[in-house]
Design a protein. Structure first.
Lengths: 323, 298
């Protein structure tokens, strides 16, 4: 026994210098590995990691206009943000957009995917293509096109009057009560197709024998979906809601071109607030905008974490989740 | 014997067919579902049809003639006006330059990094992957201010190169991870036989590995093409003071500011901007859908 253990320690001791040597040797032998990584290290370092850190530094600076550099002013920007009703307005609009638009997109896309996954639906390919079409289009262009479509004299308003849903023509984009919701509707319209494709990919992973077993047990279509298919889709639900959450917080192109945040800030999401403060104001405030941007980044991270935990917890409570 | 032999297959077939036959008749529910699907599809397609129709009408006709989609006369001159007078020719060229530049940068740097990450272990690898994952969902609005400052300091603000680097140099983690996943799956013999042939690491990569990875390259080209062609915030901020460098998405906004009442010109400009992405999508449809579905499965 002693022999074996001493032998083991000896070999372990002998191993250590060898690993260190091989570390140095690996570094020397694989120098080209770092050359391969160089474009990524430089590009990613400068354009992703540096901005990530620099935002935090800027957030503690007073940096008016395009002055060469800012001056440190501590927590001043954050205090000012805390008391800025327009910041809270933008924060609230972004959350409202997220809370309404994201679930609508996820659920509607799932229904669509279930229809298109069903063997009995004809022309599946055509439907899939047409629903996906808006996804590839330019958000900024779509935003402008919809300002025309949603004009008081535009086809949507006219059709609603014709159908008797509204009495008078409405310019949805120019009315404070409808501007944000027009954005939500167009966003769901534009991006539904990609979430549908995610769901279709997810449904492909549900084995067909599960479906057959459920049918043999006499489960109705609804029961089968609720008890059998949905629990299997939970891991995808986590990923899809996360992707769509991030997407719902990145709506600058669509909202800026559709409403510009107006009228009267009724549709000013957080990104428009940042853009306006940093680039479009008469006196741009880079430090102040960075502080808002940093809080926006934190919001994204917090939402991502909360969501992952929330859905995981829900998974445990799901009926049939343990079967 | 013959009896059993014939009965067994029939019961099996019947067992398979039974559920299908049950679904075959067009029940009220199935018809309702199908009608709903068709209505929804029309809602999804209508804006595009309306746009093309508006681009061929007279401006006064767009809002004056109710819901009619067919123009009184087809006014192709709207396209000529948008292309020449409104500067969409220049915007188009700028967008092509910026998109191609961004694609080249993303493909080269992602393939190189993905190859190394997928096939070799080296000091610092875990840290690198960790950084990639942490920054995966970084919102664009968060980084735009420092990126603009950086580009300004590099003297690249208001240049094509500045926009290309801004769109291609950072981000695009999915591309790197796709390459890494692909290269990890290749057999080790490939390098060994290349080594026997006397090829070094670089020749092995460019002559053996990169050509093999063409399906991934196609996916990355498609995803980057979409991202760059449709980009808005970054090119907007980078070319605020130089209309000659603006892309289609930004040029469209300038058009609205300059010729607010020329709705048919606006519609023609929008069609010009959207046609390339739509054409590429229609041709490469399957690849598009597979790329995106593959990205979520990862």
């Amino acid at each position: 026994m002693t022999f074996v253990s001493s032998d083991l320690t000896r070999s372990a001791r002998a191993d250590r210098p060898r690993t260190r040597q091989s570390f140095a040797r690996r570094l020397r032998e694989h120098w080209w590995v770092y050359l391969f990584l160089l474009p990524t290290l430089v590009g990613y370092g400068l354009y992703t990691v540096y901005p990530l850190l620099a935002s935090w530094v800027y957030a503690f600076m007073d940096w008016p206009g395009f002055a060469l550099a800012g001056t440190f002013n501590g927590l001043e920007n954050f205090v000012q943000l805390w008391n800025d009703p327009l910041f809270w307005n933008a924060f609230g609009k972004s959350l409202l957009f997220l809370v309404v638009a994201m679930p609508t997109r996820v659920v509607l896309a799932l229904l669509l995917a279930l229809w298109l996954n069903s063997r009995s639906t004809p022309f599946k390919g055509v439907f899939r293509t047409l629903f996906f079409l808006p996804v590839v289009t330019t958000g900024a262009i779509i935003g402008i096109v919809f300002t025309l479509l949603l004009d008081a004299q535009g086809p949507i308003s006219l059709a609603l009057v014709w159908a008797g849903i509204t009495d008078t023509p409405v310019n949805f984009v120019a009315h404070p009560d409808t501007s944000l919701w027009s954005g939500v509707a167009v966003w769901v319209w534009k991006w539904l197709g990609i979430t549908m494709i995610y769901w279709l990919a997810a449904l492909q992973t549900v084995p067909t024998d599960v479906h057959e077993a459920a049918q043999l047990d006499g489960a109705s279509g609804w029961q089968e979906f609720w008890r059998v298919t949905l629990p299997l889709l939970i891991p995808f639900l986590i990923i899809i809601t996360l992707i769509d959450t991030v997407s719902a917080l990145n709506v600058f192109d669509l909202m800026q071109t559709m409403t510009g945040g107006g009228p009267a800030f009724s549709s000013e999401v957080i990104e428009i607030f940042i853009y306006r403060t940093a680039f479009a104001a008469t006196t741009p405030q880079l430090g102040y905008a960075s502080a808002a941007a940093v809080l926006f980044g934190l919001l994204t991270v917090v939402l991502a974490i909360v969501q992952a935990f929330g859905i995981r917890a829900a998974r445990g409570m799901m009926p049939g989740g343990n079967s | 014997m013959t009896l059993t032999e014939t009965t067994v297959p029939t019961t099996r077939e019947a067992g398979k067919r039974a559920p299908r036959r049950r679904r075959r008749p067009w029940s009220v529910r199935r018809i309702a579902t199908f009608v709903l699907l068709v209505v929804m599809t029309l809602l999804w397609v209508y804006p595009f049809i309306w746009l093309v129709s508006a681009s061929l009408k007279q401006s006064s006709e767009i809002f004056g003639s109710g819901l009619t989609l067919i123009p009184e006369t087809f006014r192709w001159e709207n396209y000529v006006r948008a292309w020449t007078e409104a500067g969409f020719a220049q915007y188009f060229l700028n967008t092509v330059i910026i998109t191609v530049g961004a694609i080249v940068i993303v493909v080269v740097r992602s393939a190189l990094a993905g190859y190394v990450l997928g096939r070799y272990s080296f000091p610092g690898k875990k840290i690198l992957i960790g950084i990639f994952l942490v920054t995966f969902f970084l919102p664009e609005g968060y980084t735009i201010i420092p990126i603009t400052q950086l580009t300004d300091q590099l003297g690249l603000l208001n240049t094509h190169a500045g926009v290309i680097l801004g769109l291609g140099a950072g981000g695009h983690i999915a591309a790197t991870l796709l390459y890494a996943g692909f290269f990890r799956g290749l057999p080790k013999e490939l390098e060994e036989s290349a080594k026997l042939d006397g090829a070094g690491a670089f020749r092995t990569f460019f002559q053996v590995m990169l050509p093999l990875s063409w399906p991934i390259t196609a996916t990355v080209v498609i995803l980057t093409f979409l991202a760059a062609w449709n980009a808005y915030l970054l090119p907007l901020v980078f070319t605020l003071s130089n209309p000659d460098l603006q892309t289609l998405a930004i040029g469209m906004t300038s058009f609205v500011d300059d010729y607010g009442q020329d709705w048919s010109g606006m519609a023609a400009g929008a069609v010009i901007s959207l046609v390339p992405v739509v054409i590429v999508f229609v041709i490469l449809q399957k690849k598009f859908v597979d790329s995106i579905a593959g990205a979520v499965k990862q």
